[in-house]
Write a new protein. Structure first.
Length: 285
């Protein structure tokens, strides 16, 4: 695997005549990321990954500072899984005009950012659109590979790609889970043993909501039951549980005919904020 710290060096090295699959990450890599890398390798011969903790998508400086950084083990994992190119830039390389400039500035994402993460993390998706538009400009991949765990983020990126007319396909890989069902996340590394055990409750409650929806239970009842069920653990403080239309991200109304029905949550587990979701009308790992 070759490591490049500047956009100029990476662009010079990338083959011009081959399709490229690209996996953007913020590092602290785990098995979930490797599933994305493996999926990328199945899509195209050339796999590019990037590791960049993007400051513009954090609305809390303490959260940015606490985000785990494990570059040595990250590189080892990527090599093991056959990643060919790693882009490892500094802030100045991603934002040569400064962090206030964004190719995605002014995009109105409408209801895609009105709820859930958009409502609870002001400015977060502006930062996501800013960094992903820049990364796509640098890498110019054929396919962008993302994970389902960040469901709302994927919706925002799809919309951004469409609005900016970026020639890239977006491929979404199902969430990878631990044995107790907790979605794999870099933030899990910050949990102590008691918090880690408590966090397993999140998936249990989401699975219960899925079962309830399939049985015809009312949406508002299921959301409140999940909030209550998560909050019964002293180490868990749920921010939201929302059932929504996967295409519009608008709240689901009982009886609506939707292509994809989703339940998502954000939960504070000790000092760590975790997100997760489950798609109702398809199998989930």
């Amino acid at each position: 695997m070759r490591i490049y710290k500047t956009a100029k060096a990476l662009q010079k090295a990338l083959p011009k005549d081959k399709a490229i699959a690209y996996v953007p990450t913020m590092g602290a890599l785990h098995a979930g990321h490797m599933v994305l890398i493996d999926a990328a390798a199945k899509l195209h011969d050339v796999v590019v990954a990037s590791i960049f903790v993007n400051p513009t998508q954090f609305n809390d400086d303490a959260d940015l500072d606490a985000y785990p950084r494990t570059p040595k083990s990250d590189v080892a994992l990527l090599k093991k899984h056959g990643c060919k190119y790693l882009y490892l830039p500094k802030v100045e390389d991603i934002y040569p005009k400064g962090t206030k400039f964004s190719a995605a500035e002014g995009i109105d994402f409408g209801p895609l950012t009105d709820t859930m993460e958009g409502a609870n993390r002001p400015g977060h998706f502006d930062g996501v659109a800013q960094v992903v538009s820049r990364l796509l400009e640098i890498v110019q991949p054929t396919t962008l590979v993302l994970g389902q765990k960040d469901y709302q983020q994927v919706a925002v990126i799809r919309a951004m790609v469409q609005r900016l007319d970026i020639p890239v396909d977006v491929s979404v890989v199902p969430t990878v889970r631990a044995k107790d069902g907790l979605a794999l996340s870099s933030r899990n590394k910050r949990l102590n043993n008691k918090e880690r055990i408590a966090a397993g409750t999140i998936n249990v409650q989401l699975a219960a909501v899925v079962a309830g929806l399939k049985a015809g239970w009312p949406v508002d009842v299921l959301e409140q039951l999940a909030l209550s069920g998560i909050g019964q653990n002293d180490l868990l403080n749920p921010e939201y549980v929302q059932i929504f239309d996967g295409d519009t991200l608008l709240s689901y109304l009982d009886g609506d005919n939707v292509r994809e029905l989703v339940v998502a949550t954000a939960v504070h587990c000790g000092p760590v904020r975790l997100i997760d979701n489950r798609i109702v009308n398809q199998s989930n790992p």
